[in-house]
Structures are given as structure tokens and as C-alpha cells.
Design a protein around this ligand. Structure first.
Ligand code: DLL
Length: 463
């Protein structure tokens, strides 16, 4: 403690952005838990190599699938002599977790495993992930470092509104806040009016939930006559789903808080693989725990920093279920510039899409977040939308349903029609194709309490 927070001065200057008045934050001293974020690169690389070698041996000796794949390639754990040798190792994919369901990828005996989580897949069985006591410590440390990077500190009152349970969001965020020494309110998702009440009555200063759920909280607060800008809440730690910069600005504008981005996935640990810092420019990866690579999704070839591709992650400190070169399907790039916050750990750019979120309409690749960007380029529209995919005589069609607010809804029909046209054109500008846009009545699109369901795919039903 004692030394000034490397981001302190920047923080003070950021009370006003793009004409939006933000709640002032005070500069906080650097939390010692952040020390590893500033480790010199050479030290980081030798630590990464030592840990990688340990992980590979652990997996080789205990996970039959991994051993078989290495043997097939004629690779031995000892062949990993430098960090680049990671390229000798095979990728792991989601199907590997399904095929070995439930415990086939565990590398530690069951008596050392103290926690299981699971992520619900779109089909069939969930994937199961495991943690030893030491893994839980790594996880809470990663989340605490993420929180420290955005200025969460002792004395903060944190409402965790990610779902608690098999989903890693709730318990993951919870343990990070506890490690920082904040007061945690384990609200979990749902019962939004009560969420707003807690926020107000308990003097909440930090909220953690999905960005789409926070937007719903803002709306609910408005209906309850509570102005979030008047509450002590000053920052949000949002993640678990792709969201755009435009969505971030909307949230900040409507609530007066700072919206930070936290990234993670169950297979690797849960939330806390990476997080934005006070600079809000990309997400730092906690590289001493999770080794990032970017590959060309088509060829598997490793791409240089700066190039966009699929993020591949290797756990460097997880013993229950080490993950070697896990293909996340998340599309991003490793940023090449140094961050103004001074952290030496590298950043990835905001994850706007997953390769499996993509759908093809009339030959054009479309990602839901592109549609979000178009919608949010139009003033007075909420990012409450759904994309409906249908198939007619073998041809895919897309319809974008967008809600309008009460004021617009009760305005002239021509006003709604104007907005519809503007959005249609904005989408056409971004995608290069025309799509059918439908304006919907207020509150007609279901709100999410966790990850938003943006795409309703009806193509199989009426193919
Ligand atoms: O969503 C873990 C998590 C919980 C992260 C709370 C952040 C906050 P899964 O359910 O396994 O785990 O889903 C992981 O969600 O591969 C991404 O596609 C997406 N995702 C997670 N965070 C972000 C983010 C949790 N900040 C999948 N931006 C990942 C974009 C995200 N996408």
C-alpha cells in the first residue's frame, strides 16, 4: 500500500466524457494484489514457461485424452523448452469436454476437488469444470485483480447480480469482492425491483451483472421513480456476453456509473480471465494464470499480436482441470500498444463476437453485435432487441425486432416509421444488406436476468 495508484490521476480527469457527467471517483492507493499486473516481461515469460511445463506434465500424467494426443504427435512434456513450443501441443475444444463428460478431463483426484461448476450447453449435457482449493484461490485472486484494476477497494459495497449456482458468474465475482475486502451482497439474478431497492437502501457502490441485465435494472429503477444517477453506485463490472462500445456509452449515460468489462469462460476458470482497467481500452489478460494466443480459426495457425482471430487460452495454474490451448471461439486480437495504466500484462480488444454466433444471410456474415451497433447509432432507441431468423423455401430471412419507449410509442405513427427507416438504413450501412425491422411495443421483448438471448433461430422449425 502507500504508493499512488498508477491510474489515479487519469481517474480524476475522467469525471466528464462526451458531455456526460460521471460520478467523481477518488484516487485509491494501489492494492498489493495488483503487483503481478506490473511484472517485467522477462520475469513473466520465465514464470509462464515454468508453469506451462508443469501444466503439461500434470495433464500428460493424468488425462488419458491429452496423453493419447501427445503420443500420437510424438511429443513429450519435456519437449516444451521455450514458450513458443506451446505450438507443439494440440488444441482442446468444447466437444472434448462433452465427450469426456462428466469428469474425464480432471487431472486431480476427486478428494482434492472442492468445487464443481457447469455450463449449460445449447444441446444435451452441460460441460463440467472442477477446482481444487488452490484453484479457487487462483480464481478469486484473478477476479480480485480485475476488480482492483477498476478501482474497487475495501469499503466498497458490492451487489453481485450474476446468477449463483452452477454458472460461474455469481460465486466467481463474489469471491473476488470478498478477497478485496468489499462488503458483498449476494443478490443473484432476478427480482429486479428488489435489486433496485437493495442498491438504494444498502448504499451499493459497485454492481456486477451482465450488461443487458443492468440495462433492465436501469429501466426498472426509472419505473420505480429511482434515479440511478442520484445513488452512490459508481461502477459496474459487466460481462458474460458480447456487448458493444455503444451499449457501454448508453449504460454510462443513463446511470452515471462507469461500466467496465470483465471476461472469462467456465472452461478456463469463470469470470476473471481478463478485465478492462480504468483506461477502458481493451481487457488485460492475467497472463501469469492464463496464456493467450490468437489463431486463424480456419487453419489453426498462430497469428502475430495485433491481428484478429480466435482466442486460445492455456491455464497456467489450475490443477483440477488444466486446459491446454483451449479454443474459445471468441474473436479478438492481442493489442500491441502499451496501456496508459502501466500494466505490463497484455490486453485483448473488446470481444464483440463469437465465431459460432455468426449467421449467414444472403451470403453475408452477420454478428448480433453489428446489429446492436446499428440500433444504438439512433438516438432514443433502447438496446432491447431480438433477431429472428426464419427460412422460407431454403432462403434465410432475418427480422430485427426493436422496442421503442413509451414516449415514442404514443407519439405519431410517422415518428415510429421514421425511426424504423433510420435503423433500417443504419443496418444496411453496416451489413450491406437490407433487413426487415419491426418496431415493438414497450415491454414486449423479454428481458434477460443473465445472458441476453439475442437470436431466435426458427430456421429448423419451418425449413
Ligand atoms: O460467462 C463467465 C463470466 C461470468 C464472465 C461473469 C464474465 C462475467 P460461460 O458461461 O462459460 O462463462 O460463457 C463464456 O461468454 O466464451 C464469451 O463468448 C462470453 N463472454 C464472457 N465474458 C464476456 C465479455 C461466463 N466480457 C462465454 N465480453 C465466453 C464478451 C463474453 N463476451
Amino acid at each position: 500500500m502507500g504508493s499512488p495508484h498508477p491510474c489515479g490521476p487519469a481517474l480524476k480527469n475522467k469525471t466528464q466524457t462526451q458531455g456526460i457527467i460521471m460520478k467523481p471517483s477518488k484516487a485509491v492507493p494501489m492494492n498489493p494484489i495488483s503487483a503481478m499486473d506490473f511484472i517485467p516481461q522477462e520475469q513473466l515469460h520465465s514464470l509462464q514457461l515454468a508453469r506451462l511445463r508443469e501444466m503439461v506434465s500434470l495433464a500428460y500424467e493424468n488425462v488419458p485424452l491429452f496423453k493419447a494426443r501427445l503420443d500420437e504427435r510424438g511429443v513429450k512434456p519435456d519437449d516444451i523448452q521455450k514458450l513458443e513450443d506451446i505450438r507443439l501441443l494440440p488444441f482442446t475444444v468444447k466437444a472434448d469436454l462433452r465427450d469426456t463428460y462428466p469428469f474425464g478431463l480432471f487431472a486431480s483426484p476427486m478428494e482434492d476437488i472442492v468445487r464443481l461448476h457447469a455450463s449449460s450447453g445449447t444441446t444435451g449435457k452441460p460441460i463440467v469444470v472442477a477446482y481444487t482449493r488452490q484453484d479457487l484461490d487462483v480464481w478469486s485472486t484473478a477476479v480480485a485483480r480485475a476488480l482492483a484494476a477498476v478501482g474497487v477497494h475495501e469499503g466498497d459495497i458490492a451487489q453481485v447480480s450474476y446468477g449463483y449456482g452452477l454458472f460461474t458468474g455469481g460465486l466467481g465475482a463474489h469471491s473476488g469482492f470478498e478477497k478485496i475486502g468489499a462488503t458483498v451482497i449476494p443478490a443473484s439474478g432476478g427480482n429486479t425491483e428488489r435489486q433496485v431497492m437493495l442498491m438504494k437502501d444498502f448504499g451499493v457502490t459497485c454492481v456486477a451483472c451482465t450488461p443487458s441485465y443492468f440495462l433492465h435494472m436501469i429501466e426498472t429503477a426509472e419505473k420505480m421513480g429511482v434515479d440511478m444517477r442520484e445513488l452512490p453506485v459508481r461502477l459496474g463490472i459487466f460481462g458474460a456476453e458480447p456487448w458493444t462500445e455503444a451499449m457501454r456509452s448508453q449504460i454510462e449515460k443513463k446511470s452515471g456509473i462507469r461500466a467496465y468489462d470483465i471476461y472469462g469462460l467456465s472452461e478456463i476458470v469463470g469470470p476473471g480471465v481478463g478485465c478492462s482497467c480504468l483506461e477502458q481500452d481493451g481487457l488485460h489478460i492475467f497472463e501469469d494464470f492464463f496464456y493467450p494466443e490468437i489463431i486463424d480459426p480456419a487453419t489453426g495457425e498462430v497469428l502475430p499480436d495485433g491481428q484478429e482471430g480466435e482466442l486460445v487460452l492455456t491455464t497456467l495454474a489450475k490443477r483440477a482441470m488444466p486446459m491446454i490451448r483451449y479454443r474459445t471461439r471468441d474473436i479478438t486480437s492481442i493489442m500491441t500498444s502499451k496501456c496508459a495504466c502501466g500494466r505490463t500484462i497484455r490486453r485483448i480488444s473488446k470481444i464483440g463476437r463469437r465465431s459460432d454466433d455468426m449467421f449467414i444471410i444472403r451470403g453475408v456474415n452477420v454478428f448480433p453485435t453489428q446489429i446492436e451497433t446499428a440500433i444504438l447509432s439512433v438516438e432514443s432507441v433502447l438496446p432491447v432487441y431480438q433477431i429472428i431468423l426464419t427460412r422460407d423455401h431454403g432462403l434465410d430471412n432475418i427480422e430485427v425486432d426493436i422496442e421503442v419507449n413509451e414516449t415514442i410509442f404514443h407519439d405519431r405513427v410517422s415518428a415510429i416509421e421514421d425511426i424504423r427507416h433510420t435503423i433500417s438504413h443504419a443496418i444496411e450501412r453496416i451489413l450491406g444488406i437490407r433487413v426487415f425491422v419491426k418496431m415493438c411495443a414497450p415491454n414486449s421483448i423479454p428481458r434477460s436476468e443473465g445472458k441476453a438471448k439475442r437470436v431466435i433461430d426458427r430456421r429448423n422449425l419451418n425449413a
